[in-house]
Design a protein around this ligand. Structure first.
Ligand code: PLP
Length: 373
């Protein structure tokens, strides 16, 4: 039987698309190590874990697993709205913020409606463009010797915006660079972007920020109807396994996204756990504090080894080894430590390392010393 050319059958955007690279096959890798022995620093997960209240809420929700979840996610949306000083109609929930980033592309980008993002911006933005069949224009990043190496260059992003631009995606702080820009710079950027260009500010790491000059873009929603902000429970809240994120924007923008959102995209344990996690301010503050302490200690330790470490307001560090990092990655994995390679981002000399708990960071440094010796 002749095989079908499924790629040729796909719509043009999908034909050129490469699937998101999730890194190593962790499930297979875990089998080779004793339970819990692998130090997993490849996906920027929260090694401190979620609020105990979130665990309790999940157990509670198990009584109702035969029921569909609330298709409107009403309780969680109201809680998020209250937390951000917004109306519930300004909140849409997603199966992770990834889903909402893709949904923005599906709804607003397409042929002749392009997407702009930074050269070392999050890989999902280019994916959202291509999946929608939209042209993607990368704006050059800041230089390596900048105070924010390879970070977003807001002037370059503005210059890349053209008559056919529909969406600009920004991450603040950015993954994989860890770099950031302050709230005043974002406000200036928004005042200069054409009013009909949607600007998505991805705040996946905002819970980890300790620089007082960087605050959430959410208060800017009142001034800029073309702004949308995404947040997630996957990072600071430590609930990556549940897949819950949200997008905050004008009620009109949210209403258009709602037209294509799958009604039960956030599951029952997810809704319950996130509402509980949101209320546990103490746990979040503790995570932020612990991460900041470990982030600084790890950055210092890596710098002391002569490595170039980018400044970071996140729970990860971008480290430049100044030579092909693939052998370093292989050496670390062989010793049970999992980093994220950066060749896919065009940074083959770099690895991205999640900041773990103290013992994980110690084991990372020990493995690294062996590999570099
Ligand atoms: C991790 C991450 C997300 C979060 O994705 P979820 O789908 O919410 O888990 C979004 N944006 C960036 C830049 C990230 O690094």
């Amino acid at each position: 039987m002749a095989a079908l050319d499924y790629v040729a059958l796909a719509q043009p955007g999908i034909r050129a698309l490469r699937a998101y690279d999730p890194g190593l096959d962790l499930v297979a890798l875990r089998r080779g190590f004793a339970e819990g022995a692998l130090v997993e620093l490849g996906s920027n997960e929260n090694s401190h874990g979620p609020s105990p209240a979130a665990r309790a809420a999940i157990l509670d929700s198990l009584h109702s697993l035969h029921r569909y979840p609330d298709p409107l996610g009403g309780d969680l949306r109201r809680a998020l709205a209250a937390c951000h000083g917004l109306e519930p109609a300004q909140v849409i929930l997603g199966n992770g913020s990834h889903e909402l980033l893709m949904l923005m592309g599906q709804v607003f980008a397409g042929t002749g409606r392009g997407v702009v993002s930074s050269q070392y911006g999050f890989a999902v933005y280019a994916l959202a463009a291509q999946a929608a069949g939209a042209p993607w224009t990368p704006a050059p990043a800041r230089p390596v010797d900048d105070a924010m190496p390879r970070g977003h260059d807001l002037e370059a992003l503005l210059a890349a915006v053209g008559a056919d631009t529909a969406i600009v995606y920004l991450a603040n702080p950015n993954n994989p660079t860890g770099t950031w820009f302050d709230t005043a710079a974002l406000a200036d950027f928004l005042s200069r972007v054409p009013a009909n260009v949607l600007v998505v500010v991805d705040e996946a790491y905002l819970e980890y920020v300790t620089d007082p000059a960087l605050t959430s873009a959410v208060p800017l929603l009142a001034r800029f109807p073309n702004l949308a902000v995404t947040r997630t429970f996957s990072k600071g809240y430590g609930l990556a396994g549940l897949r819950v994120g949200c997008l905050l924007a004008d009620p009109g923008l949210v209403a258009v996204l709602e037209r294509v959102r799958e009604s039960f995209n956030v599951n029952l344990p997810g809704l319950a756990a996130c509402e509980a996690a949101l209320a546990d301010h103490e746990h979040l503050a503790w995570v932020r504090r612990q991460n900041a302490i470990e982030r600084e200690a790890l950055a210092d330790a890596l710098s002391a080894r002569g490595l170039a470490v980018s400044p970071s307001q996140t729970n990860f560090l971008l480290v430049d080894f100044g030579r092909d990092a693939a052998p370093v990655e292989a050496g670390l994995v062989a010793r049970g430590v999992v980093p994220r390679p950066m060749a896919g981002y065009g940074l083959p000399t770099c690895l991205r390392l999640t900041v773990g708990v103290r013992d994980e960071n110690r084991r990372l440094l020990q493995a690294l010393d062996e590999v570099l010796a």
